[in-house]
Write a protein of this length. Structure first.
Length: 360
């Protein structure tokens, strides 16, 4: 996979900074004179470095740990989608260390963000430690909405570790809070996550039921990202029942959403799901290429596949291998890793084997 998501962080961050500067009615240069962080960002651009690194480095160097913490917390999503996960983790850790007396809300947000980036990078122990610290702060704040978010993240960690009882307890605790607060979004999130547990455990009927309910809730009160997640999880479940046409329609809808939102991990999961559908339909070469394309997208952002997806993927990779002569799967998978993103998406939404002329 060519690197469509490899950071163009300078452009993204400069645009974000410029947006706020324009709203405040001054030029970038004027703010650089009055705030050391903007001077750092400007200097980093001149040197060809990330403006975010310059912004945070100069802010930390000036002793303004609280501003650095707020900036790092706000930029977590940028690092997650477009930048270096390690850079984001290092920035959040440095900012947290520099602002031990920061307001609890700022610390809770930064700790949760640190956990997300660590989990994206596959460092499950560090992620859990950060989430536990964030949950402790959320409880101290008596902030139920923040507790819901962190409980979901801790449930994900338990799911990654195949501690299904703990994962279910955490998701259900979050679902109870969602019900008390009347949060459709969080109710949908909890139902979706409970569906993932059933899928991993092999109870396909229960997984479909929960994912269907989650999708209905997400369409009523969720975000596009959540709708897309429910769509591809439902597709992963119903493909097991052989409903390939419906599964393909679901994953294509999910893919159209996450491509528009520029969500690389979700794009990778859509490609993997499409690969499983292709394998179930006997298209071994197309499946292998799509599995490779998904790996390429993840590699482009420095992320790893979440562990709970692996058993499902193993089943359909083996199904694809059985349709191909020895060695062919690995060849097609490697070709898929080098596919441009647009070609990978076209392959995912086509029933044709477009990567190789050697048949299925």
């Amino acid at each position: 996979m060519r690197r469509p998501y490899r950071p163009r962080l300078g452009l993204a961050a400069a645009g974000a900074i410029g947006y706020f500067v324009v709203l405040r009615g001054s030029s970038f240069a004027a703010h650089a004179l009055s705030h050391i962080g903007f001077a750092g960002a400007a200097g980093a651009v001149v040197l060809g470095l990330s403006p975010v690194v310059g912004l945070l480095a100069f802010t930390l160097g000036s002793g303004d740990g609280l501003t650095a913490l707020r900036l790092a917390g706000a930029l977590r999503r940028l690092w997650q989608l477009h930048a270096d996960l390690r850079e984001g983790r290092a920035a959040l850790e440095a900012a947290l260390a520099a602002a031990p007396e920061a307001p609890l809300v700022s610390r809770a947000k930064a700790l949760n963000g640190l956990g997300v980036l660590a989990a994206e990078e596959g460092d499950i122990d560090a992620a859990e430690q950060a989430f536990e610290a964030s949950l402790e702060v959320a409880r101290e704040l008596d902030d139920d909405e923040r507790r819901m978010a962190v409980l979901t993240n801790l449930g994900n960690i338990a799911l990654f570790r195949q501690d299904f009882d703990r994962a279910r307890d955490l998701y259900e605790e979050g679902a109870e809070l969602a019900s008390e607060l009347g949060s459709t979004f969080n109710a949908a999130t909890a139902m979706h996550d409970l569906g993932l547990i059933e899928l991993v455990l092999g109870d396909v009927g229960a997984a479909i039921e929960r994912c269907e309910e989650a999708l209905a809730l997400a369409r009523m009160g969720g975000t596009p990202q959540l709708v897309a997640a429910c769509l591809r999880s439902l597709a992963a479940a119903i493909v097991i029942r052989g409903e390939l046409d419906r599964a393909q329609s679901l994953v294509e809808e999910s893919l159209s959403i996450v491509r528009r939102l520029n969500e690389p991990r979700a794009v990778a999961e859509c490609l993997e799901t499409a690969a499983g559908i292709a394998a179930a339909g006997g298209e071994g070469a197309r499946a292998a290429s799509l599995f490779g394309a998904a790996e390429g997208v993840l590699a482009s952002i420095g992320a790893t596949r979440t562990p709970e997806r692996q058993p499902w993927i193993d089943v359909y990779q083996e199904a694809a291998r059985l349709k191909l002569e020895p060695g062919r799967f690995d060849e097609e998978q490697e070709r898929g890793r080098e596919l441009p993103l647009d070609e990978a998406i076209e392959l995912a939404t086509s029933r044709e084997v477009a990567v190789s002329s050697g048949g299925r």
